[in-house]
Design a protein around this ligand. Structure first.
Ligand SMILES: O=P(O)(O)OC[C@H]1O[C@H](O[C@H]2O[C@H](CO)[C@@H](O)[C@H](O)[C@H]2O)[C@H](O)[C@@H](O)[C@@H]1O
Length: 365
């Protein structure tokens, strides 16, 4: 099932130094107005170059600021209006639960869950992003009824430690490290970026060294990709940090730079993302070209947009964005926070208990 919404997610702009930020969908809404357009013909080349550099920095910092907005649903009147308009396009998955349940009749639900910001609340320390026991129990219940995968930007081992459920599929490093339930020796394994391991390790060391002078900056090694966190960095230093990261990545053209929630993410420039991981897992479960499957994907971040887009391209599935404020998205529905995610999961389990037609025996478990 898809809705008829026509949501466009543009690619993000190119910085002055040539570093490319991709897939953030931020260009349209976050970029500052171009300084060059307002310049007179007499402007010198140097003035133009300086203005371009300022504009590019502004774009970066604006994107960094917008990467995890704190504005709440109960803000100023204009915000409330904007949010109501947005909600009409992306209604609550709880409010539309019956519609979603009806769409799954006769189909097999496969559940895909992002971790940070979806199952666990966003916190300042990435090593302390624990999910609650109640959420763990809800995910365990869901997995009893539907094949369930965790799809995360984190290193697979780390996200497994947080979730702690061996019956799930895990796609770590933004889907570049996929493993089936550990209870099964035949469980699937896909690592399309294996050859990048040495370069990722090298860049990790370079970034740690380069960013150590920036208080609060934190580089996380996610095995096939890296995160440079700036949530705890003073905003006045964001531009400097962005420049440091861009300087490093210039020497590694085989890597690309994207932005998540107050985090820069560096990963191999290969055609692989959370959307590809979703397709791989559906195929592994025997649903490659099947019309009787209903993938449900819940995520909060820009990297989850790749999976939402795949659902739209397939014309099949339910994309749910976790957010408290309007965002450009290819998801059809929304939920506010992990609390609502848990409520949705519990309702799905209850509903399936009452009408167990969606029970599925996947091919690979
Ligand atoms: O795909 P995800 O599971 O959502 O992972 C994306 C990134 O999540 C983590 O960072 C985010 O959550 C942190 C803890 O709440 C927060 O401090 C940080 O600001 C967020 O960006 C994780 O640490 C990253 O490595 C993941 O790429």
């Amino acid at each position: 099932m898809t809705t008829s919404q026509d949501v466009v997610v543009p690619e993000m702009g190119i910085g002055a130094t040539g570093a490319v930020m991709q897939g953030s969908g931020a260009a349209g809404i976050f970029a500052c107005r171009s300084a060059a357009g307002a310049m007179s013909m007499r402007q010198t080349y140097l003035d133009l170059a300086a203005a371009a550099a300022r504009s590019a920095s502004c774009t970066w910092v604006e994107a960094m600021r917008a990467s995890s907005p704190t504005r709440s649903r109960a803000g100023a009147a204009a915000d409330v209006d904007e949010f109501s308009t947005w909600m009409r396009k992306h209604p609550s998955a709880l409010g539309k639960f019956e519609q979603i349940a009806a769409a799954s009749k006769g189909k097999k639900i496969v559940m895909f869950l992002d971790y940070d910001g979806t199952l666990s609340p966003i916190v300042a320390d990435p090593d302390a992003a624990y999910m609650s026991d109640a959420m763990r129990a809800a995910v365990r219940d869901v997995a009893k009824h539907f094949p369930t995968a965790i799809v995360s930007g984190r290193c697979r081992d780390k996200v497994y430690k947080f979730v702690g459920l061996s019956e799930l599929y895990y796609a770590g490093s933004h889907g570049m490290d996929i493993k089936g339930p550990s209870s099964n020796p035949e469980s699937v394994l896909c690592q399309p970026a294996r050859e990048f391991l040495p370069v990722i390790d090298e860049v990790y060391k370079v970034l740690v060294e380069k960013t150590k002078s920036t208080p609060g900056a934190n580089v996380e090694n996610n095995k096939f990709c890296l995160s440079v966190h700036f949530r705890c960095v003073d905003e006045k230093r964001w531009n400097f940090l962005a420049e440091q990261v861009k300087t490093v990545i210039k020497d590694y053209p085989m890597l690309k730079l994207t932005q998540g929630r107050k985090v820069f993410e560096l990963r191999p420039s290969i055609m692989w993302d959370k959307g590809k991981a979703l397709e791989f897992l559906l195929e592994s479960l025997g649903f490659a070209d099947s019309s009787d499957v209903l993938p449900v994907y819940i995520g909060d971040d820009r990297t989850d947009e790749d999976a939402f887009k795949v659902l739209r391209q397939r014309g099949q599935g339910v994309g749910i964005l976790v957010t408290k404020c309007p965002k450009e998205t290819s998801a059809s529905y929304s939920l506010q926070d992990p609390g609502e995610v848990m409520e949705f999961l519990l309702r799905l389990v209850d509903w399936n208990r009452a009408s167990p037609s969606s029970m599925v025996r996947p091919r690979v478990v």
